[in-house]
Design a protein. Structure first.
Length: 222
């Protein structure tokens, strides 16, 4: 394993951590430039999603609202950072700001005991699919987040949701990966970026837009 001071060590990723003397002002200037560049990238990426997914977002929100009006629930899931995004959006649907309508929503990665039991007994690739098999029903909504679009447990959950007759909403990055090749996803939103950070930032934005549009339909604003 590379360490600080060795070729390919951590200083290759973070030069300002190198033990050699550095120009602090130059380092700060570089960091400022990098921060501005990344901020500009995410703003441009988010704006591009309006043209890329605008009509699909509206259609998806209407379908989700119809499902919720009929008593459907939202099941959200993902891995790592996508898991925390799934939990955040489930919480937003369940406990929205004042004067907004609450919707039953369950993040499938919140129960550590259940996750570890399923991982140990049947395999991690089925941790979400097994939960949907037990809890999901026709008319519910399954929202799966994957930066690569190729997470096996997310794809398996989407397949299970489709078999149950659930509305499936997928969010992926890059070119969509296997999720983009799977016609069982009712509404797919691909963030065209090769940066995991930019993908996740844009995906949570898409989730918030979906929530806002869904709320407008549910409250009769549109």
């Amino acid at each position: 394993m590379s360490t600080v001071g060795e070729p390919g060590g951590i200083e290759a990723l973070y030069p300002f951590l190198a033990p050699a003397p550095t120009d602090r002002e130059a380092v700060v200037a570089d960091l400022c430039v990098s921060t501005r560049r990344k901020a500009a990238e995410i703003v441009e990426l988010r704006r591009s999603l309006i043209d890329l997914h605008g009509e699909r977002l509206v259609a998806c929100a209407r379908a989700m609202a119809a499902a919720f009006e009929a008593g459907g629930r939202l099941f959200a899931f993902g891995n790592g950072g996508s898991s925390t995004d799934a939990q955040a959006i489930a919480q937003l649907f369940t406990a929205p700001p004042a004067r907004r309508r609450a919707v039953a929503a369950i993040p499938l990665a919140q129960d550590v005991a259940l996750l570890t039991a399923l991982s140990n007994d049947v395999g991690y690739e089925l941790v979400f699919a097994r939960q949907l098999a037990a809890l999901g029903r026709r008319g519910d909504v399954a929202m799966g987040l994957s930066t690569s679009g190729g997470s096996a447990n997310v794809l398996n959950a989407m397949a299970q949701a489709s078999r149950l007759g659930m509305l499936t909403v997928g969010l992926a990055g890059y070119d969509g990966g296997p999720m983009a090749q799977d016609d069982r996803v009712s509404y797919l939103f691909v963030v065209p970026s090769a940066s995991v950070h930019r993908i996740q930032e844009a995906q949570i934005t898409l989730c918030h837009v979906l929530w806002e549009l869904t709320q407008r339909v549910l409250t009769g604003e549109t």
